[in-house]
Design a protein. Structure first.
Length: 240
């Protein structure tokens, strides 16, 4: 679903319009969201394919910092409390969510999300970014997209993804081959900002990853376990 900000005309792409108000990621203006009958019917009829996962590698290559949890144990340590309480990691730093690589062709990896902007891309020591994914996916750029976490006044956080960079004052896609949300065949455009919900899937190039937030899980082990046991999202075929 797409709406246009009433203040700055930025196009906002919403994967799941569960809120009546969506704040613009560009200017912060609160925009009302209205689902018409056709959109409700279309969302209800959206197919949910089941894909059987293949065997996973036993010893995937470890990743650099921020250090991912690769194929962690199944033991859970979920605790109760507020979002802010659950966000405390064992290192004392604040984790407000996790990005779990869940793809048929990449090792299972879990990366912590912090408040603020994080550039996600393919691992490369020569041009490092904030979250570097271990993958052989040549369609993923070294600096592919931005995932931003913003606190909200009512408590909790907004999770936004965009594929945008400025070149001589002109917005352009940061990635070469596109960023896709929840298997939508149309990739993000430079002025698109998508508000993510827990368990949404982001596809960078051909590699898929799932976002888990502190609203539903308490730590990286829980996030990894839940995503590992879930079905793979369909893969958007990149067209050239």
């Amino acid at each position: 679903m797409e709406i246009t900000c009433k203040k700055c005309n930025t196009r906002l792409t919403i994967s799941n319009a569960s809120s009546l108000i969506v704040k613009c990621g560009n200017c912060g203006y609160p925009n009302p969201v209205v689902l018409n009958g056709n959109e409700q019917e279309k969302a209800a009829k959206a197919p949910q394919p089941i894909i059987t996962p293949p065997p996973r590698p036993n010893n995937p290559t470890p990743a650099p910092n921020p250090r991912p949890v690769v194929n962690p144990g199944m033991q859970s340590s979920r605790t109760s409390g507020t979002d802010q309480d659950n966000a405390k990691s064992t290192s004392g730093k604040t984790d407000v969510g996790w990005l779990v690589v869940h793809d048929e062709n990449a090792p299972l990896q879990t990366y912590p999300l912090k408040i603020g902007r994080q550039i996600i891309g393919r691992h490369n020591s020569a041009t490092p970014c904030d979250i570097m994914i271990i993958t052989q996916d040549v369609f993923m750029s070294r600096n592919h997209c931005i995932l931003e976490v913003k606190p909200v006044r009512s408590g909790g956080y907004d999770y936004l993804v965009s594929d945008r960079k400025m070149s001589n004052g002109v917005p352009q896609n940061m990635s070469t081959n596109g960023t896709f949300v929840n298997a939508f065949e149309k990739g993000l455009q430079p002025n698109d900002v998508v508000y993510l919900n827990d368990s949404d899937t982001i596809q960078l190039g051909q590699t898929k990853m799932v976002i888990k937030t502190i609203r539903t899980v308490a730590n990286s082990d829980d996030a990894t376990r839940l995503v590992k046991d879930s079905e793979y999202s369909p893969t958007v075929i990149i067209k050239h």
